[in-house]
Each structure stands twice: as C-alpha cells, then as structure tokens.
Ligand binder design. Structure first.
Ligand SMILES: [Zn+2]
Length: 477
C-alpha cells in the first residue's frame, strides 16, 4: 500500500484554516498546492508539465510506450470554495499520485502511459465559472473569453490565467487520451447511508453508471421591483423545475445568493418567516414535505433553513427564504405576519443555477423559465436582462469503464453502489473516448463545500484500491 495519507495531507493542509480550506481558483494558495503536487511527481522521477491554463500534470511512460501512445489519465482539482472542506478535489489528485506510485513498479507489464492531472479552478466561488482549467484544456473555453470574468476585487481571470501559463500541450489532447478517470467525494449521503444500512460498516464505493449532470448559471438583472414580484418569479421557477424533474431526467433550479446588492434575505419579516419555518421543521423532527399552490416546500430542519456559515447546499438562498415566508404567511395562525411590501429601489440581481441530466431538458427548462419570468415581469411593467454566465454540458460515463470499476471492486470485495452524479466534475468536460467516475463516502450527512466535510481514510482507501486495480487493467490492454 502506498503512503496515500501523507500525499493527501501534504496537499489538503495548504490553505486550511480553522474556518475551512481556502484555496480559491488561481490564488497563491492554489499555486502552492500545485507546487506541492509537482514535488510529489518529481519525487517519483516524473517531470511536471504545465499547460496554457496552468493545469499541472505528469506522465509515466513505461518502457515500450512512446509520446504517441494514448494515455490513461487520472485528474481532479486542488482549489476549494471559500471555507471549504479538505476532501473535495484533493482526494482525487492524491489518489492519482498514489496510483502512480504503485504502478511505476510494474513498468515491464504495462503498454500504456499513465498521466496524473491537477486541474486549475474547478470551483466557481471566485470567478463565478466552474471547471476553468478542464474547459480550457478541452477547447471549450478560450483565453479571450476569460476577459469577461472578474472576482469581487475586479481581478480579471484573464490576467490570473496568463500569469500561470506554461508551454505544455493540453493533457487531454484529442486522440492522445484513451481514458480519463476521477475519484471524488460523493457530495451527498447515499454511500454513507449504504455503509450503515446495507454493507454492515464496510466502506462502499460509488461508480457513476448514469449521467453526470450539466449546469447553466444565469444572472437576472431587473429594474426596481416590489419584493412580491421577486417572490412570484422565484415560485414560478420552482413550479417549472418541479414539473420537469423526474427520475430519468432530473432537473433542478436554484437561486443562490449573489454578492451584488441588495441582499433580500436581510429583511426582518423574511428572516422572521425563515426562523419560524425552521422552528416548525425542528419540531417535526423528521423530514416533511408540504405541498401548497403547486410549490413543494421541504422542511428538513437544518438542511433547508440553516443559518450561519453554511455549506453551499444548505445556504439561505433567496428562494429558500421566500419559500419559507410564503409558507408561514399562509398558515391560519400567522395573521400577525404580513408579507413584506418593500420595494427594491435600485436594480435587483438574482443568480439562478439550473442543473439537468441531459442537454435537452436544460434547454427546455431555460426556455420555460425565461418565458414565464418575462411574462411575470411584463405584468408589473418591468423587464429583466438574462445573462448566461457559464454552461457545462451533461455527460455520460463509458459503460465499459463503469463495468471495469465495478468488477475491480468485486474482486477486492468492496461493496459498490451504482450512481448518478447530480454535481458537475472536471472528468465530464474533455471530449475523451472513455471516462469513469468513482465516488467515496461523505460523512456528516453528505455535506460538501464546508469545513465539516469528512471522508474517513478507510473510505478513501477503498476508492483508491478500486482505482488502482482498474488502472492496472487499462494499462495492460
Ligand atoms: Zn470537486
């Protein structure tokens, strides 16, 4: 067994603070993490390569292979959200280095090169665009296009990228990458639940056999508006999303906080409504779903109405606060709470994230939301400017690769759960012929993007063993 734990903590400790890991896209902390990754590669005798986007990688060429032999690649990211967890991304890069470490010793048996990639800027918290490095390397984002993205300090993504540009070609050049793999923390509770209820404490792994969701991020810029119009808009989007969403073709739409004013969530009435909804959820203990006017409101305690510094999926999104307010003001005994009447006098900016299992449902959802939204705004003599900030297409994993991962787990007697991925990942971006995605369990209710994020080493090692076994098979083909 390799010294995975050491490799992992060398990377994970960079940018880590009491409040969480702060290693934002194209920051000096991310640079430090990439330098650490380079030292890990060099320690194994592998030279580093850096492409135009600052993506860092190293390739092991077994004897008998050439620079022209298509590679098997393992890649993930080293950046984090603000106050994020240490596992997201870092687990996958450390697993890659650990696989490399054990594979190098098998040199003579191998017929394909192995490449380990640390992608740049997967998280969107700094520049509001995700998977920057992998999109760039895949030719799905151009250097020119980066000129439109800035962080909250007005630093441009363009400058951030070119400062870190290296001379190496893309690590996933067309025709040069046989298979792209990623191991990642699940970002959901399924595997942790499986361990408790099905696999009797043995760490299971997840193999993504279905789609990896795609996403569109929009900003909606409106003129002065009463808060109730925004509420109507948000509720309409919820209804559309509920109408479209079903198991085979999942669809979700969420308004997330935006760092431009106004912060609607600060209104006292709305906050009071949010708190009361939270109290109701806490009283009921168990998750309850309440249907009202076609709006499905899920009260599940801290997961829906959480306060303080929340993980991404627990945040007080404007939609959650408005939904809570709508619910509370409609209760028969809530006559003392009036729906707030205030105007947002300046301009109003909303951020909307749409996720979908396939491109068609993403397009349908986007159209319906824009049409309905414009109708609502027109009714109140207002209008909005809809701006698509970024788009990541959904992707499928390759059935043969998923089967190989499942077989590898079976050989090692590691329980496997077949899964879909509701979140986006670097592995879905490049147009490679084969791709595979392995999940390892996330504790603390599947929390991600928060410092309470946790993967036990035993779970990480289960994922690593499966990855190692599958890569070994692929390198001998
Ligand atoms: Zn990630």
């Amino acid at each position: 067994m390799t010294d995975f734990k050491r490799l992992f903590y060398q990377l994970a400790n960079i940018g880590n603070t009491k409040a969480g890991r702060n290693c934002l896209a194209y920051s000096s902390q991310e640079d430090t993490a990439h330098h650490c990754f380079i030292r890990q590669l060099n320690a194994l005798g592998i030279p580093e390569q850096i492409d135009v986007w600052g993506n860092t990688y190293g390739t092991f060429y077994p004897k008998g292979t050439t620079k022209q032999t298509a590679v098997v690649a393992i890649g993930s990211h080293l950046d984090s959200v603000t106050n994020g967890g240490v596992y997201d991304g870092v687990l996958g890069v450390a697993a890659g280095v650990a696989v490399l470490q054990s594979i190098i010793q098998l040199d003579k048996l191998l017929t394909r090169p192995l490449r380990i990639i640390a992608w740049r800027g997967e998280e969107s918290s700094r520049f509001k665009i995700s998977c920057i490095g992998s999109k760039g390397a895949a030719g799905k984002l151009s250097i020119q296009e980066t000129k439109q993205f800035h962080d909250s300090q007005r630093n441009s993504l363009y400058q951030s990228v070119i400062k870190r540009s290296g001379p190496a070609p893309s690590p996933v050049e067309r025709g040069n990458c046989h298979t792209l793999l990623e191991m990642h923390i699940e970002q959901g509770p399924i595997l942790s639940h499986h361990r408790q209820t099905v696999s009797h404490g043995r760490p299971p792994i997840g193999v993504v056999t279905q789609r990896i969701a795609g996403a569109i991020r929009l900003q909606i810029h409106c003129s002065a508006l009463p808060i109730k119009v925004i509420a109507e808009l948000i509720l309409a989007v919820h209804r559309i999303a509920l109408g479209l969403d079903h198991q085979q073709r999942p669809f979700r739409a969420t308004f997330t906080p935006i760092d431009k004013p106004p912060n609607i969530g600060r209104d006292q009435t709305l906050l009071r409504c949010r708190n009361e909804a939270q109290a109701i959820a806490a009283q009921k203990q168990v998750q309850s779903t309440i249907q009202r006017n076609g709006l499905e409101l899920i009260l599940s305690g801290p997961h829906t109405f959480h306060t303080g510094s929340q993980p991404m999926h627990m945040r007080d999104g404007i939609d959650q606060i408005v939904a809570a307010a709508q619910f509370i003001t409609s209760l028969p005994d809530a006559s003392d709470i009036q729906w707030p009447q205030f105007m947002i006098n300046d301009s109003c900016h909303l951020q909307l994230d749409i996720r979908g299992g396939d491109s068609e449902i993403l397009n349908t959802g986007l159209n319906e939301i824009q049409t309905t939204g414009n109708q609502i705004l027109k009714h109140y003599n207002s209008h909005a400017h809809w701006q698509i900030i970024s788009r990541t297409e959904p992707a499928q994993t390759t059935p043969e690769i998923a089967n190989l991962l499942i077989e590898s787990a079976n050989q090692l007697s590691i329980p496997v759960v077949k899964m879909a991925s509701g979140a986006g990942h670097d592995v879905q971006v490049p147009s490679v012929s084969n791709r595979g995605l392995v999940f390892v369990a996330s504790e603390a209710g599947g929390v991600s993007h928060h410092n309470s994020e946790l993967t036990h080493m035993a779970d990480a090692r289960a994922g690593l063993s499966v990855l190692e076994q599958a890569v070994y098979q692929l390198l001998r083909q």
